[in-house]
Design a protein around this ligand. Structure first.
Ligand SMILES: [Zn+2]
Length: 288
């Protein structure tokens, strides 16, 4: 009788242990999902800052034409430079130290094409030891350009990136200076205001998921811009999974993996793209 009781106890303990393991795994999965997908509660705190929100719909519908036009100019400028063209042909063989002079050159060309005052370019391993790249900015938008921002590269951390990561990142971070300078001019147009709202939200909000942060107007567009340039330079054959959300990434035919402006055409003016984006973003969640 006693042994039957012990057996019963062991089985019950085992079941409750297994259930708690399952519950634990489920809550870990729920946490992972919360960190990846877009959150309406957070985005609604600054709806004009996020490309998924109806308040940024005009920005979403109008930004890419100009972005791709400037990105095309940059691609042409890079390809017109025979040294850069040669370097790009053997890019995966180059170490980060060998890439740096070319990255500096691309940085200069990008500033020229975008007609901006170049930001400070800071390349070291100790200013932000835990970051591969950074764009440093303030949020004083007075109507005058008082700061070009700082583009930061950490060569040590960049070695952990895929081969084309440093190239994609220098273009991305430098693009932020263009956006930042537009925001500081504080003109009333849709695009300048969208960037201004995004820079402010980036500083003021906390608790961003991967998708929240990367669908801020400025992040969405800077990844769109950088990925487009790298895509054209590599005939769309390079896929860097962590370069923004699928809404800013291209497939090997040069098509957006998630086409937000196209998705928006089937929505009413006041309807959020967020749930539709989240549904489409399952593919990136599974790929990561
Ligand atoms: Zn960025």
């Amino acid at each position: 009788m006693l042994s039957r009781y012990v057996a019963y106890l062991i089985v019950s303990l085992f079941i409750s242990f297994s259930l708690s393991v399952i519950a634990d795994e489920q809550s870990q999965e729920a946490q992972k999902r919360a960190k990846f997908f877009a959150n309406a509660n957070l985005q609604e705190k600054a709806p004009a800052a996020f490309a998924l929100q109806p308040q940024a719909r005009d920005f979403l519908n109008n930004v890419s034409a100009k972005s791709f036009q400037q990105a095309d100019k940059l691609v042409e400028a890079i390809l017109a430079d025979s040294e850069l063209k040669q370097a790009l042909a053997k890019w995966p063989e180059l170490s980060i130290t060998q890439q740096l002079p070319y990255l500096r050159k691309i940085f200069a060309l990008e500033c020229e094409v975008m007609a901006i005052e170049p930001p400070t370019l800071l390349i070291d391993t100790n200013t932000y030891p835990n970051r591969a790249v950074n764009f440093v900015f303030n949020t004083e938008f007075t109507g005058n350009i008082v700061d070009t921002g700082t583009v930061y590269l950490n060569p040590e951390k960049l070695t952990e990136q895929p081969h084309y990561g440093p190239l994609a990142f220098i273009i991305h971070e430098t693009r932020h200076s263009y956006q930042y300078q537009l925001a500081q001019r504080n003109q009333p147009d849709v695009i300048s205001q969208a960037y201004k709202h995004a820079f402010i939200a980036q500083k003021q909000l906390s608790g961003f998921s991967f998708s929240d942060f990367l669908t801020l107007n400025n992040e969405y567009e800077a990844f769109l811009f950088g990925n487009y340039v790298v895509g054209r330079l590599t005939n769309w054959q390079v896929d860097i999974l962590n370069m923004g959300t699928y809404a800013s990434q291209f497939d090997e035919q040069g098509q957006l993996k998630i086409d937000l402006p196209k998705m928006a055409t089937s929505l009413s003016e006041n309807e959020s793209l967020l749930p539709h984006y989240n549904k489409a973003a399952e593919a990136q969640y599974l790929e990561r």
